[in-house]
Design a protein around this ligand. Structure first.
Ligand SMILES: [Zn+2]
Length: 706
């Protein structure tokens, strides 16, 4: 996942009186000019009571700035309108980025109450700006004359984006429609917060405590150690526990020989958000979808997907569907073969049952081990968290010439967070924070976010970014060992991190990861390719006890096993992407029965009964936020990342300096300052094809490199 929006969230009633107590001006660190190193937020001085007053000041300051821009008696110029807009919300942004990072990584009831209270305020504030007629008239006037303004390409893009944001907020609509647009935005912000908090509540509520050896059957040492640590954190000292965090439950499903416990844990996992009662998300989803459909109609689009895709690389729902279905056929066929193999393995063991969804990972692991003589855990002792971090940094050094050094003197928001300074040619590039471990107060998943974007409009501003992950921490005194998937996630998020860190643009609104949403996963997914290179693994994948490098034979077996189970992986992903697209191409979602919709859609594409979509609708967090009608973008980006990495393979040097320079200039540093397709062509010389992706996933036979 890429950056979480700073203004994603939302009811005043729940807020506790002490939180809205106003402080004396000057006492609120969120409103000060930070004197910390690199102007990192002074986390140690920020208290919960500071947020709401800072938001209030921020709202007021931005309203004032907006009024000054809108009512400027001078005719609209790029400088007095667009430049001015770029920094109109600084006070608010500063407080909001600190708050929403905390809400994602270390939340509690008070923070959640503030979120619920503030979300509609943020939505209302945004709508007030983007529906301001006087302001829109200035932006519109500039937009209409944009060809004659002698703008740089970046400035044209910035202007287009502002214009688009106003139009999408309904600035050009009749007063009645505008009012409705604002009401929809406010309501959606409330619903979005509830969705996310319900999900967290369901995740916190479930813990599978394993009592004694019988419950631990099949679990290898590393999984036991992580489960012991989890039990400790969840108040079951001396026992073992499994939670619904991906890095806890997936290894359990993969190894537990207890079919009954696998079923129990799996069902809890796939029922998140659909358990009835207060935390049920199904009605919330239906209402959000219906509001999105209505909003799209108000703006003159057929469906929400048409509206969401207008400014993407894919452009239309039809183009997205074409890509998804192009891959679905081969993936579905491969998954069928895999299922038969797994059913055979279950029967060979004496299992007299039809393979179920909670059996897939378990038998896949057995078949994989038999076929390739490799088990996921064999690699774990070679993948210490610290070594994988070092590997990610080293790749960045080889490709982009950056050096990254840990700093223990920088402010962090939680004792587990680590801070690093990034430099190039001895000069400061930015600050990178890594927040790697799962904790009950953290939302699940992995993402990149930040406190400051690179820009040059207000002087040479260096970025401060963070990677948040949910790895199971090693036992006290033991290093944290990662699975290959975890290591890939680390590389993935660090790829997003570099997209923010290496940004080299003038305007904050096109900085770093502010790109078309089906382009944003390219820098992250492309980065994953370097992890699996022998050049990287032999150097950094060293046994945590012996220091010996990972045996070449194990690497070879791992490489050979890589395409194993790709039918499953592609199908579980594509099913979610297709459901997302179908949900957003509904003409109306009034009273939508999401369970029935999910079932019917999956039936239509002939979803294998033994595979569950990667994120079922009631906990499909991606489609609540910026990835609505956009979950396809992972595959859209994968078409590009497979094709882009092939460019390096074709040179025979995965660190080819000339290619790396083009990669930096046109992709990692360019932010949204250029059209995405043009940026890709500037790097590669042509647009990508799906060939490298299909071959990379082993879904078609590899042809000659082209
Ligand atoms: Zn991502």
């Amino acid at each position: 996942m890429a950056g979480k929006s700073a203004t994603k969230t939302t009811s005043k009633a729940a807020i506790k009186p002490k939180l809205i107590k106003m402080r004396e001006p000057g006492q609120n660190p969120l409103l000060e000019d930070w004197a910390t190193p690199f102007k990192i937020p002074p986390f140690d001085r920020i208290e919960l009571a500071h947020f709401v007053p800072a938001f209030e000041k921020g709202f007021a300051a931005e309203r004032k700035a907006i009024a000054a821009i809108a009512n400027n008696p001078a005719p609209a110029t790029f400088a007095n309108t667009i430049d001015a807009l770029e920094h109109s919300g600084d006070t608010l942004d500063r407080a909001a980025t600190v708050f929403f990072n905390l809400a994602g990584t270390d939340t509690n009831e008070e923070i959640q109450a503030i979120e619920r209270a503030m979300a509609p305020r943020f939505a209302k504030h945004g709508m007030r700006i983007y529906q301001d007629e006087t302001l829109f008239a200035r932006v519109d006037a500039l937009f209409k004359r944009r060809k004659r303004l002698k703008l740089t390409e970046e400035q044209q893009r910035v202007l287009e984006r502002y214009h688009r944001a106003f139009v999408k907020a309904g600035a050009g609509l009749e007063p009645k429609a505008k009012k409705r647009m604002a009401a929809i935005a406010a309501r959606m912000s409330v619903l979005g917060t509830h969705f996310s908090q319900n999900l967290l509540a369901d995740e916190q509520a479930f813990v599978l405590v394993l009592e004694g050896e019988a419950d631990l059957a099949g679990l290898p040492e590393a999984v036991r150690a992580a489960a012991a640590q989890t039990a400790n954190e969840r108040g079951h000292k001396g026992k073992h526990a499994i939670t619904l965090s991906r890095s806890s439950i997936e290894p359990f499903l993969q190894y537990s020989a207890r079919r009954d416990l696998r079923e129990k844990a799996f069902n809890a996992w796939i029922m998140r958000g659909a358990n009835g009662g207060k935390t049920d998300n199904r009605k919330i989803v239906a209402e959000i979808l219906d509001l999105r459909a209505e909003r799209a109609r108000l703006l003159g689009f057929k469906t929400a997907a048409d509206s969401a895709l207008e400014f993407s690389m894919a452009k239309t729902p039809a183009n997205v569907r074409k890509l998804l279905m192009e891959v679905w056929g081969p993936a579905r066929a491969r998954a069928g073969e895999e299922r038969d193999q797994l059913q055979g393995a279950a029967q060979a063991e004496g299992g007299n049952f039809e393979l179920a969804a909670w059996d897939w990972r378990y038998y896949a692991e057995k078949v994989r081990k038999a076929k390739f003589d490799v088990d996921d855990n064999e690699i774990k002792p070679y993948l210490q968290l610290d070594s994988v971090i070092a590997a990610a940094f080293d790749v960045a050094n080889k490709l982009f010439g950056v050096t990254i050094t840990e700093r223990t003197d920088l402010p962090v928001y939680h004792p587990e967070v680590r801070a690093f300074e990034v430099k190039r040619d001895g000069k400061h590039v930015g600050v990178f924070l890594g927040d790697y471990f799962a904790r009950p107060s953290k939302h699940s998943g992995a993402w990149m976010s930040g406190w400051r974007k690179q820009e040059k409009l207000a002087g040479n501003i260096a970025p401060v970014v963070v990677n948040v992950m949910n790895f199971a921490k090693g036992a006290p005194g033991e290093p944290t060992l990662l699975s290959l998937d975890d290591a890939r996630t680390l590389f993935h998020e660090f790829g997003h991190g570099l997209h923010g860190l290496l940004s080299n643009v003038t305007y904050p609104s096109v900085s770093g990861t502010s790109v078309e949403k089906d382009f944003v996963e390219l820098p992250s997914q492309l980065y994953e390719h370097w992890l699996m290179r022998p050049e990287v693994l032999t150097k950094f994948a060293r046994h945590y006890k012996t220091g010996k490098p990972v045996p070449p034979a194990l690497l070879k077996r791992l490489q050979a096993a890589r395409n194993f189970n790709q039918g499953f992986k592609t199908v579980e992903y594509l099913a979610a992407a297709i459901v997302d697209l179908d949900l957003h191409t509904l003409a109306s979602a009034k009273g939508l029965d999401v369970d029935r919709f999910e079932k019917e859609t999956l039936g239509r594409i002939d979803m294998p009964a033994e595979i569950v979509m990667r994120h079922r609708i009631p906990h499909f967090q991606h489609i609540m936020g910026g990835y609505a009608a956009g979950y396809y973008s992972y595959m859209w980006s994968e078409v590009m990342d497979a094709d882009a990495f092939r460019a390096f393979e074709e040179t025979g040097d995965v660190f080819d300096p000339k290619l790396a320079e083009r990669l930096r200039d046109h992709i990692y540093s360019a932010g949204g300052s250029h059209d995405a397709a043009e940026a890709y062509i500037a790097f590669r010389g042509r647009l990508p094809t799906t060939q490298a992706l299909l071959e990379g996933r082993g879904l078609v036979e590899a042809g000659p490199a082209r």
